[in-house]
Design a protein around this ligand. Structure first.
Ligand SMILES: [Zn+2]
Length: 304
């Protein structure tokens, strides 16, 4: 197995201040923990390129992309929805975040048994095709999925989203695309207050406030694993949010690093069965810096 991290310094220029939970220190915490864990020596680092308008348009309305460009301020900040603001470096950061996801798809598709983690901000899974939401401007994982379908002529892609919040934006973008199996676990009831309707290719695993990783593991094992195996994804994509951690005060689940190691191991097994080991994970949430860094290390350690 070979593990690569895609990132770009521009991702940390998106900065809405120390009062905002989605802040540059999140990526610093990940890179610091990789170094102090000793894992960094085993991982290769790649610098991302920026996504073009045409690449963003794989998952977003052209008018929405133009809207974000036009709204981008030269100074100060502008709100795109109730909790999503942009400042003068946000658009650039978002382009590199989506670009990293595309670069990571290219990397794993051109190799055997390769896993990529995109250490990126802003996150993406709440962004809908024409709407910023929940700190997200562009839906990085959906852009990656649509790019992979087109560029590599794939017909079966898994997106598994284990962020504590439902990936509403991803669901909205992929709901009419049966080439994509979307499996999302989330605290429920909780933001973004999804309905629990499932289809053959949209699977949802609501988890009660206060539940620990065992409820998640049982749900994945009994409700998802067989369906994913039957689907036989040719590429495994992961919306990797770490805000279900018990130390993370954004939400109310009680997961530990071992739970992230466990789901990473499940994803690796799935990928080895049908996708030549190819996995691309994009950072979503995770707001307690120490827990975030340790949990990312636990995930990557499972892949090495
Ligand atoms: Zn989240």
């Amino acid at each position: 197995m070979s593990v690569v991290i895609f990132s770009h310094p521009a991702c940390n220029k998106h900065n809405l201040g120390t009062d905002h939970p989605e802040q540059p220190g999140r990526l610093h915490a990940i890179f610091d923990q990789l170094l102090s864990s000793g894992l960094d020596y085993a991982i290769s680092h790649q610098t991302a390129t920026a996504a073009t308008d045409a690449q963003l348009a794989l998952a977003h309305d052209k008018a929405y992309i133009r809207h974000v460009i036009d709204k981008s301020p030269e100074q100060g900040s502008v709100w795109l929805d109730d909790d999503t603001a942009i400042m003068n470096r946000s658009l650039e950061a978002a382009r590199f975040a989506a670009g990293a996801a595309i670069n990571a798809v290219d990397w794993v598709m051109q190799r055997e048994n390769a896993q990529a983690f995109c250490a990126i901000r802003p996150p993406g899974h709440h962004a809908e095709s024409a709407q910023a939401m929940g700190f997200c401007l562009f839906n990085n994982i959906a852009v990656a999925a649509k790019y992979a379908l087109q560029q590599y002529h794939l017909s079966r892609i898994l997106i598994l989203d284990f962020d504590v919040h439902h990936g509403n934006g991803t669901e909205q973008i992929v709901k009419n695309d049966p080439c994509i199996l979307f499996c999302s676990s989330f605290e429920y009831p909780f933001y973004p207050h999804p309905d629990l309707t499932e289809t053959t290719h949209i699977l949802k695993l609501p988890l009660a406030a206060g539940s620990d990783g065992s409820a998640f593991r049982q749900g994945v094992t009994t409700q998802w694993i067989d369906k994913i195996a039957d689907f036989a994804p040719q590429l495994v994509l992961v919306s990797a949010g770490f805000d279900a951690h018990y130390e993370d005060e954004m939400a109310n689940l009680k997961w530990h690093e071992a739970d992230y190691a466990w789901i990473a191991q499940q994803l690796k097994t799935i990928a080895q069965q049908s996708s030549h080991g190819r996995i691309v994970a994009c950072l979503e949430g995770g707001y307690d810096h120490s827990a975030l860094g340790r949990s990312v290390v636990a995930m990557l350690k499972s892949w090495l």
